[in-house]
Ligand binder design. Structure first.
Ligand code: ADP
Ligand code: UDP
Length: 245
């Protein structure tokens, strides 16, 4: 594992403990430390379990993906891996919004629209959700975002543009590893006026199927009680060439 070779960032008090990660202030006001825990949650925190090694795998997985996205011209919050379960990131002012692109129907869209899982979506769809566990992350549109001031028009357009750019980069990256990128969720934030991709990109926040067998290799294994959750995440990481040492 390649660690931060520059000036070591010092961890300060906890800013926020989420369902899967804890966020810490650092001695640098522009940077935070994300600690990926083993906690795994589904159904807005109703189902929770600790899965050994998941924190470490997700930390290294997300760092790998963020670096690939940076190389492809997507600005991300990623700064450096700090330890097996921790990454230093830019401290973003997060939009309370989730951006979801779907290449294949699965999950909530199947329930909502009564469509069968596995249907290819051409063109891929884009959806916004409000980040709110109490309200069960309701689906929203651009008018809600602007009317309630969650983001301005320009930011909305930028988030859409970047989310589709991520789709172009990652569908190919995963296809080269024999995987279908079914859908994924992204979160963005602002740093010194510009918009950056924040949070994480891991099998906790996307759906990945084996191209040939369509075996699920993502958090649906946990949601649906299929077992082998961490093994599936590891398999995806191995196929992509993520350094898990
Ligand atoms: P949740 O809040 O949904 O339970 P997590 O457990 O993953 O999710 O918590 C991580 C929290 O940190 C999320 O609320 C996310 O929006 C926030 N976050 C992620 N990246 C950054 C960043 N670069 N700057 C500020 N906040 C961030
Ligand atoms: N997703 C996420 N966090 C959320 C909601 C969704 O990471 O709070 C991801 C989910 O893992 C999937 C995609 O976004 O890859 C689309 O999720 P969907 O709307 O189908 O909801 P789900 O059925 O997963 O609750």
């Amino acid at each position: 594992m390649k660690l931060n070779k520059g000036k070591k960032v010092e961890k300060r008090e906890e800013l926020y403990a989420g369902k899967a990660k804890s966020v810490y202030y650092t001695d640098d006001e522009n940077k935070l430390i994300l600690h990926y825990r083993n906690d795994t949650s589904a159904f807005d925190g109703e189902k929770i379990e600790k899965l050994d090694r998941k924190g470490e795998i997700n930390n290294k997985f997300s760092a790998f993906i963020m670096q690939k996205l940076e190389e492809a011209g997507v600005p991300t919050h990623h700064e450096a891996l700090l330890s097996a379960e921790e990454t230093v990131v830019k401290k973003l002012d997060m939009f309370p919004i989730e951006c979801v692109v779907r290449n294949i129907a699965a999950g909530s869209i199947c329930k909502r629209l009564g469509v069968e899982e596995g249907i290819e979506l051409t063109p891929p769809t884009f959806e916004f959700f409000l980040k709110s566990d109490e309200l069960h992350d309701p689906m929203i549109n651009e008018y809600h975002i602007c009317a309630f001031g969650w983001a301005d028009d320009e930011a909305v357009e930028k988030m859409k543009e970047l989310t589709f750019k991520v789709n172009a980069v990652l569908t190919r990256l995963f296809a080269d590893a024999g995987l279908l990128l079914v859908d994924y969720k992204l979160e963005f934030g602002r740093f010194q006026g510009d918009i950056y991709l924040g949070d994480e990109f891991t099998p906790d926040g996307c759906r990945l199927w084996d191209i040939k067998t369509r075996k699920k290799l993502d958090k649906d294994r946990f949601r649906q009680g299929l077992g082998g959750v961490v093994e599936a995440y590891e398999e995806v990481a191995r196929r992509l060439g993520v350094d898990l040492s």
